[in-house]
Ligand binder design. Structure first.
Ligand SMILES: *Cc1c(COP(=O)(O)O)cnc(C)c1O
Length: 438
């Protein structure tokens, strides 16, 4: 605060000095000089503090139709996960305590057991995010040795996370095989030597190679790996715990299908298609998971009790067959277009009663999964366009964005569009309230 006031005083002094230096009589005086310096300081301080406040996290209304919006925090948690965090956050808890023996317990054992029961895997461990999982697995299994990977999979996941860089940081060497668009099983086989530690498959969760392409099926790779007694690791990224058809994403393999195809170890994010908190979930053979857990890096990459609480509740929704009703992002993906059209019509009716400053129309469009998951999959939706005679699309966009809570929209063909697929019922009310102000 003191620093802030000092800076403001410095600014004001500077402004006065430079204003004194102005000799041009045509230069207009500064608009509306304040009555007193105190008032000016106070008003400048207020605006600085409110800017500071804007830097802090706040909830927003995501009207973009991008279901896993990385800039908007990816997956919103289910109400059960939020409840679980609340229950644990303000109390002591059994994070590393076994009530049946009164001795030290195993951190994460609850969620690991749930994952084991839910998915067909021997063991599980949870780390900070999927990037951490990749680093930890490669470091554990392949440090000092070679990792075989197709040239079509040496990709960037986003935010500077590049697979080749991560492999190098893990202490393993990359053994690239095949070409960008075509890699055959025999390419992998030819590359195997006494230094090979691991065969790595990166699931194309944020890109597609289309056209003249070829790559072995995951089960073919698994057989090859098994023949040479090597582990096969698939970094899945998205983490679809249901089958694709159940959710309406046929192109995406489920975690269970990868494990059943013979992967020794897989990793995926907690806050992508799983719909939980930020985490990296590792499943696989007990012997490999044990080694991962004993890696000294584990301590640096582990998650806290709040993440375990939210993950347990999220996995519980899957275990009780309620995921499609309870997990917000699955609900959003699963909502049929007709339902969104119905809500959009109702929204327009309410909005028209609330304000006459805007025109509303329905147009066809697509929602996307986003968040580096299932690229090229679009979900048909009905968008609401909002236009005004008095304001341009970018003016409306900015006003909604600066609203409290901020409402994030898209501009398509010079008009604001909102997609109710990612908006809750209370979010709809907030949007109407915001429009009423103009
Ligand atoms: C998203 C993704 C990651 C990174 O996951 P974070 O949880 O964001 O760290 C790693 N690998 C793949 C294949 C991904 O799709």
């Amino acid at each position: 605060m003191k620093d802030q006031i000092r800076e403001i005083l410095d600014d004001m002094r500077g402004e006065i000095l430079s204003a004194d230096g102005i000799s041009d009589p045509l230069t207009p005086p500064p608009p509306s000089l304040p009555d007193t310096a105190e008032e000016e300081i106070e008003s400048r301080l207020r605006s600085r503090l409110s800017k500071r406040n804007d830097l802090r996290l706040k909830p927003v209304i995501n009207a973009t139709g991008v279901i896993l919006h990385t800039n908007l925090g990816r997956a919103p948690l289910s109400s059960k996960a939020v409840e679980a965090i609340k229950r644990i956050a303000g109390e002591y808890c059994t994070l590393e305590y076994d009530v049946s023996t009164g001795k030290r317990g195993k951190r994460g054992i609850g969620v690991e057991t749930m994952l084991h029961d839910l998915v067909n895997c021997e063991a599980a461990v949870v780390v900070n995010n999927c990037a951490a999982a990749v680093l930890l697995i490669l470091n554990t299994i392949a440090e000092g040795g070679e990792v075989i990977i197709s040239r079509g999979e040496l990709v960037e996941i986003g935010g500077e996370f590049r697979i080749p860089d991560v492999i190098e940081k893990s202490g393993a060497r990359i053994r690239e095989v095949g070409s960008t668009n075509r890699t055959r099983l025999s390419d992998y086989e030819k590359a195997i030597n006494e230094n090979t530690r691991l065969i790595l498959r990166i699931h194309p969760s944020n890109y597609r190679i289309i056209g003249f392409t070829e790559k072995p099926e995951i089960n073919e790779l698994a057989i090859l790996a098994d023949n040479y007694n090597l582990p096969l690791y698939e970094d899945m990224g998205c983490g679809l715990l249901l089958e694709g058809e159940q959710v309406g994403i046929n192109s995406e393999p489920s975690v269970a299908s990868s494990l059943n195809s013979g992967c020794s170890i897989v990793s995926f994010s907690g806050d992508k298609l799983l719909g939980g908190p930020q985490a990296g979930i590792i499943l696989g053979k007990a012997e490999l998971i044990e080694r991962v857990k004993r890696n000294p890096l584990m301590r640096a990459l582990r998650v806290d009790k709040l993440i375990y609480a939210a993950l347990e509740a999220t996995i519980e929704s899957y275990a009780t067959d309620n995921a499609l009703n309870e997990i917000p992002i699955l609900k959003a993906i699963h909502t049929p277009k007709e339902e969104i059209t119905r809500r959009a019509r109702l929204f327009i009716r309410k909005a028209k009663t609330a304000t006459s400053s805007f025109e509303f129309k329905l147009i066809d469009g697509n929602s996307v999964a986003g968040g580096g998951s299932v690229p090229m999959t679009e979900f048909p939706t009905t968008l609401i366009t909002i236009t005004s005679n008095a304001m341009s699309a970018s003016e409306i966009e900015a006003k909604l964005r600066m609203n409290d809570p901020p409402i994030i929209t898209r501009i398509v063909d010079n008009q604001i569009v909102i997609d109710l697929r990612t908006v809750t019922v209370s979010g709809e009310k907030e949007i109407i309230e915001a429009l009423k102000k103009y």
